[in-house]
Ligand binder design. Structure first.
Ligand code: F6P
Length: 328
């Protein structure tokens, strides 16, 4: 059994432990070969393999990866996987090099690519949710999300110090694409007063009213987390609108950006990555294909790639209410 593994889209902390788990589960216990495809689908089209050729990764070669952020086989975005020609070419290469199965680690675009590739290639395809966005249907958490929250909270803890010294408000913009989970989880753990997320309408007047109330209660510093996908706009635009509407605090905005994609994975990510990596190999052994392995309520689940990419409806509204209740 020859299994290809690739990471595609934005990288996420935990991808390395996941590849380590795949290699060790496949090679030590099943006698399968795992080949690392570098730079995601683009690397497959360019026949770019880890170690130079499509040779297997040895178990010993994945030592020391547990605490390393990023992806040692690299990642990239690949628009050609949206074209029938690109998909056909990828399938031809997999066939020519006699791959039996492919494991793809990534977010929405990666899993959509895997779903579409299944129409051109009859090998087994298994997806693993790896993205800081936590926006995949069929898994409570995606690999990378817990570390990204940790990174956001560490930044907020520091900003709170200076906000407190200067009686100020910070608007902290986090990633997450169209999903507000990264913002709400970061805001709750960071003790933040306000959040703006794509799942709910952002009302500038309501926020100013809330902040005025907080100020009258004696609050002297405020942290607002803004999800990059908020429908009102980014943190700079929201800050401008708040100022015009009479926000009672002096404000600055901070964009965390790609900082959240880096860093050593926290234990929750290492454990999730290890469990899902091993389950992906088990799924191949069981003859499964066209599914994503995930974790729901602590149990391993298999969701069709079709369903996985429809987007996860989380508890964003409830989380937003919780943040507001904790703000007084
Ligand atoms: O999907 C992961 C992610 O980091 C999103 O949160 C963000 O919107 C996007 O990737 C940024 O992508 P890029 O690195 O291509 O700018």
């Amino acid at each position: 059994m020859k299994i290809g593994v690739l990471c595609s889209g934005g990288d996420a902390p935990g991808m390395n432990p996941c590849i380590r788990a795949i290699v060790r589960a496949a090679e030590k216990f099943e006698g399968y070969s795992v080949v690392g495809i570098r730079h995601g689908y683009q690397g497959l089209l360019d026949r770019e393999f880890w170690g130079g050729t499509d040779r297997k990764i040895e178990s010993r070669e994945v030592s020391g990866l547990m605490n390393r952020g990023g992806s040692f086989i690299n990642s990239s975005r690949c628009s050609r996987m949206r074209d029938p020609e690109g998909l056909q070419e990828a399938a031809n290469i997999l066939r020519e090099l006699r791959f039996d199965a492919l494991i793809t680690i990534g977010g929405n675009g990666t899993l959509s690519g895997a779903r579409d590739l299944g129409q051109y290639w009859d090998g087994q395809i298994i997806g693993i949710p790896g993205t800081i966005d936590n926006d995949i249907n069929g898994s409570d958490f995606t690999i990378g999300f817990p570390t990204a929250v940790q990174t956001g909270v560490e930044a907020i803890d520091k900003l709170r110090d200076t906000a407190g010294s200067h009686d100020m408000m910070f608007l902290v913009e986090v990633m997450g694409r169209h999903c507000g989970d990264l913002a709400t989880y970061t805001a709750i753990a960071g003790g933040c007063e306000v959040v703006a997320i794509p799942e709910t309408m952002t009302s500038i007047q309501q926020i100013v009213n809330q902040l005025t109330y907080c100020k009258n209660l004696g609050k002297r510093s405020i942290i607002m987390v803004v999800a990059e996908g908020d429908e009102f706009g980014n943190s700079a635009e929201i800050m401008k609108a708040l100022k015009e509407a009479g926000c009672p605090f002096e404000m600055r905005n901070v964009v965390l950006g790609h900082v959240q994609r880096g860093g050593s994975p926290v234990p929750a990510d290492r454990i999730l990555a290890t469990r899902l990596g091993v389950c992906a190999v088990d799924a191949i052994k069981d003859g499964k294909t066209g599914v994503m392995v995930g974790m729901v309520n602590g149990q391993i689940t298999y969701t069709s790639l079709e369903e996985a990419v429809v987007g996860r409806r989380g508890k964003a509204e409830d989380m937003e209410k919780l943040i507001k209740r904790m703000s007084i």
